[in-house]
Design a protein around this ligand. Structure first.
Ligand code: LLP
Length: 415
């Protein structure tokens, strides 16, 4: 069941007309359905139970503290990549013993913050990083639990910008040097080598790259175990894709079953870091038509939401379905749906067949719950938009629209 549904000709989020929310909060805004979020949570959570697992939601996908709080209350932990994400996760009530910290550029102060917060594990991406973690942990009189993130050189068959497990990517330690990194870390007094980690990319729509990566990781695990390493945590990252257009990604249970069959005799815990598959289709972006413009060459539907609000189309040429919030009959036009930003990459959709929308009409941009608001910016000095969460017949603003004052709140004119 979908929670963004048309009743008569009006789009509803659960029991609330989208138009009603737009008149309350203005446009543009992100709109999330709690029922969809719960459903996605349940599907992934149930599927993960066939393994002894910990699910650490990938905060970067959607980091609003209301969303985080919901997932943490349900018992999940967090996959973080910065001090800022750790701060958010803590404010949203995470159990820090379920926090894993990935990222190639962890700074000394971020490492210190994570150690003081007693996180579960650092997913270390280079030798210089593990040396720094060892030093900081020593200074604090602590022992840092670590895993190495291994780059297995597997093609995830996704957009190059969101591939992370190929040898040309900056992520992880190459599979060739992996064993050496583990051996080297034996010399470090303040780290406890307890895990093995891998994340090969995002929006994967096929199971085979996951299988290939997990097989490589399993083989390394066998070798490490034989050499006396006690690998208690196997972190397999995130990456499960979703349907934006007509992709048919593997179901979480297919994915888990496949992993289980590859891991065979492994007795430790498996960690998952899902992001998009949980929140992606739990949210839409709602924007208003400002002008219809016919250049003689092309039709443009100019809307009040732009690439600063939702950058995925501009950055990855990502497809997001765009549907008018009020269905209209009559002729359709082919048009580019574009924002107000001064960049030609500022589009939400290209060559879309749309009903003849009028100025003031609302458009829903689907699949915007992941990497939507969390990647938004103030470019062109546009205040960041509101975020709204619907629960049945009620809606709640979970982030207020920024004001012009917010834009300059941290700026100073010297002297
Ligand atoms: N774990 C690690 C270490 C990651 O780097 C990521 C995503 C995830 C988990 C979550 O992956 P997911 O389950 O969401 O696929 N901005 C891009 C996506 C970048 C993903 C970055 N890493 C987009 O809008 O498509």
């Amino acid at each position: 069941m979908n929670d963004f549904v048309f009743k008569e000709n009006e789009l509803y989020c659960e029991e609330v007309p989208v138009r009603h929310i737009a008149s309350g909060v203005g446009t543009p805004f992100y709109l999330y359905s709690l029922a969809t979020l719960k459903r996605h949570f349940n599907v992934f959570n149930e599927s993960s139970k066939i393994l002894d697992s910990i699910v650490c939601y990938s905060v970067k996908a959607n980091s609003n503290i209301a969303i985080l709080n919901f997932l943490f209350k349900m018992g999940w932990g967090a996959d973080i990549v910065s001090g800022g994400e750790l701060f958010r996760a803590i404010k949203a009530g995470v159990d820090t013993q379920k926090v894993v910290y990935s990222g190639v550029g962890k700074t000394e102060s971020e490492i210190e913050f994570a150690l003081k917060s007693d996180i579960l594990m650092f997913n270390v991406e280079s030798l210089p990083e593990v040396f720094l973690i060892d030093k900081v942990a020593g200074n604090l009189g602590k022992k840092a639990r670590i895993s190495f993130r291994i780059n297995p050189n597997v093609d995830p068959k996704t957009h190059p910008y969101i591939s992370t497990g190929l040898k040309q990517n900056k992520f992880g330690i190459s599979i060739k040097h992996a064993f050496f990194a583990y051996e080297k870390s034996k010399e470090l007094k303040n780290v406890d080598v307890a895990g093995l980690d891998c994340h090969i990319g995002s929006q994967l729509t096929e199971i085979s790259p996951f299988n290939d990566a997990v097989t490589i990781i399993r083989d390394l695990l066998v070798k490490l175990t034989a050499s006396g390493f006690d690998i208690k945590y196997l972190d397999l990252g995130g990456g499960l894709g979703i349907t934006y257009e007509n992709e048919i990604p593997p179901h979480p249970s297919t994915y888990m079953n496949s992993i289980k069959s590859i891991l065979e005799n492994y007795k430790g815990k498996v960690i998952f870091e899902p992001g998009r598959v949980i929140v992606g289709n739990s949210g839409i972006f709602v924007t208003k038509v400002v002008y219809n413009k016919d250049t003689g060459n092309k039709n443009f539907v100019i809307v009040d939401g732009g690439m600063n609000d939702l950058i995925r189309p501009a950055l990855y040429e990502a497809y997001h379905e765009i549907i008018p919030v009020t269905k209209k009959s009559g002729p359709r036009i082919r048009a580019d749906v574009v924002g107000p930003i001064c960049e030609s990459a500022d589009f939400l959709g290209k060559d879309r067949l749309l009903s003849q929308v009028q100025e003031g009409d609302l458009l829903a941009v689907y699949g915007a719950g992941a990497y939507g608001f969390s990647m938004s910016s103030n470019y062109n000095s546009r205040p960041r938009v509101a975020e709204v969460l619907v629960d049945k017949d009620k809606y709640c603003v979970i982030r207020q629209r920024e004001t012009y004052d917010d834009l300059i709140a941290k700026e100073f004119i010297p002297g």
